[in-house]
Design a protein around this ligand. Structure first.
Ligand SMILES: C[S@@+](CC[C@H](N)C(=O)[O-])C[C@H]1O[C@@H](n2cnc3c(N)ncnc32)[C@H](O)[C@@H]1O
Length: 227
């Protein structure tokens, strides 16, 4: 299956498709309004992890960025800093009953939908290629998912302190997007969502504050090509 985008997305996307921007996602000026089908993310934890340190939280790899939401000590400031990012997500997302973004610190998954008229012109072959198998439907629609947290098998283990299980991103992308669509992660971290999107024949765009993670993100995306 070709990684083809739906017609209405054949705009000038050369500036942002399959790219990662190392900057705050509070202003995603690279992304036009209504340009993304799905956002899958795990936001920075409140006052738990220091993303300027390695995965073991021992060694400092970068100077703390003033836009790092995880560094904030006041809960109000934390919530207030997340708001502009959710607003940006709402701006760049297309109306789509399949849209969602995921995960808070209790490991609940929030599925949120942008209001509006969805595109209903998904070609039949794309629908067919994106179909879940019967066993996937049974498993993915369960109220509780039993997915282990990433261990040493994850390329980013020890590099990033809050890696999302790839299986979680994979299930959410399969449930809420079609092949060829564009998936956003405004808090890319080690690139788990982007890797799952690429593996599932979707396009991706990510934002991450710390350029330090460029190498692990690129490893996640490159090793996938070698599989
Ligand atoms: C919970 S981690 C995401 C982990 C990712 N899901 C993974 O599997 O590796 C949150 C990430 O958000 C980044 N971050 C914090 N504030 C940000 C901001 N304002 N804009 C973009 N990224 C930010 C942190 O550096 C951290 O890597």
């Amino acid at each position: 299956m070709q990684n083809k985008l739906p017609n209405e997305l054949q705009l000038d996307m050369s500036g942002y498709i399959d790219k990662v921007f190392f900057k705050s996602s509070a202003v995603m000026s690279e992304l036009p309004d209504c340009s993304v089908q799905l956002a899958v993310t795990s936001p920075p934890y409140f006052n738990v992890k220091d993303y300027s340190k390695d995965g073991y939280q021992n060694d400092v790899h970068s100077e703390i960025d003033e836009n790092d939401i995880g560094r904030l000590n006041s809960f109000d400031a934390y919530i207030n800093s997340l708001l502009p990012i959710w607003k940006e997500c709402a701006r760049v997302l297309k109306p789509n009953p399949r849209n969602f973004y995921a995960q808070n610190s209790c490991e609940f998954i929030l599925v949120l939908v942008k209001d509006g008229k969805p595109d209903n012109n998904i070609p039949e072959d794309v629908k067919e290629a994106s179909k879940l198998s019967q066993s996937e439907w049974v498993e993915y629609t369960k109220q509780i998912w039993n997915i282990p947290i990433p261990g040493k098998g994850d390329i980013a283990f020890g590099e990033h302190s809050a890696i999302m299980p790839e299986e979680m991103a994979r299930r959410l992308i399969k449930l809420y997007s079609f092949q060829g669509e564009l998936v956003l992660d405004p808090f890319t971290g080690s690139g788990t969502t982007l890797r799952a999107a690429k593996e599932l024949n979707r396009h991706y765009v990510g934002y991450e504050l710390y350029e330090h993670y460029r190498s692990v993100i690129s490893q996640k995306l490159t090793i996938l090509c070698a599989l």
